[in-house]
Design a binder for this molecule. Sequence first.
Ligand code: ATR
Length: 270
Amino acid sequence: MITTPETRVCASIANPVSPLGCLMHNVAFEHLKLNYVYFAFTVTDVENAVKGMRALNFRGFSVSMPHKIAVMKYLDNVDETAKAIGAVNTVINDDGVLTGYNSDWIGAITALKEATKIQGNKVLVVGAGGAARAIVYGLSKEGANFKIINRTVTKAKELAKKYNAESGGLEELKNLSNYDIVMNTTPVGFKNPKDSPIPKNLLSSKQTVFDVVFMPLESKLIQEAKEIGCKTTPGWKMLLYQAVWQFEKYTGKKAPVEVMEKALKDWANK
Ligand code: ATR
């Protein structure tokens, strides 16, 4: 594309940065013929990265691991939801004022709602890291009844306390049949695609299975859940819908969701 002085600039910052934000946003800008461009930067010095983007009047930026918490102290405002979650994944620059938001929970809840209703259902959340923090915020907002389990039980307990939820260790998996929805928020299956955080024999067809893992597009957990007949929500949907929310915030336009989805799938299937 040819940029002009009017071009609005957006970016992802992370370490290492993923190419996927760049890909989804740039195809969407192009599709709608918007004078926007999106870059991806691997950043170690968040403070100076934010200063630089502020000075260059970037329209906004996406923040990924490991900067989602650290970035907050360099912004002018952090919205209430991002504060409650304790992490920012999106920054918008409105006339020089930088505000931090979190769209991870929106991505997760939008994706899960395509498969099942949430309110009133019993949910087991596996993992208590950054992804879990955004997801349980969304679950709580939707009125789900959830329990958080984690390899390190103290972390699950700490997170659950914020929501008056139950917590426990991974041995709770043996009671999986008590739950309507099971959500993996750990990277198991991402680093090694032959791994699944939940043994297949514990799943049952009436359940909905959600996985944050988006590479491969269908993790082992999602593949096995499908084989059993469960409803499933693969991680790429959360990734897509959090980006859709960002796109609409950056541009004020409705995101071309199918175009973004196709770009993501084409990349993953390469
Ligand atoms: P993210 O921001 O992607 O959620 P994170 O904050 O490092 O990443 O959290 C990763 C989560 O996955 C943690 O709950 C972690 O468990 P611990 O708190 O015990 O470290 C969990 N996790 C990572 N690898 C795991 C594994 N092999 N088995 C079970 N849980 C795992």
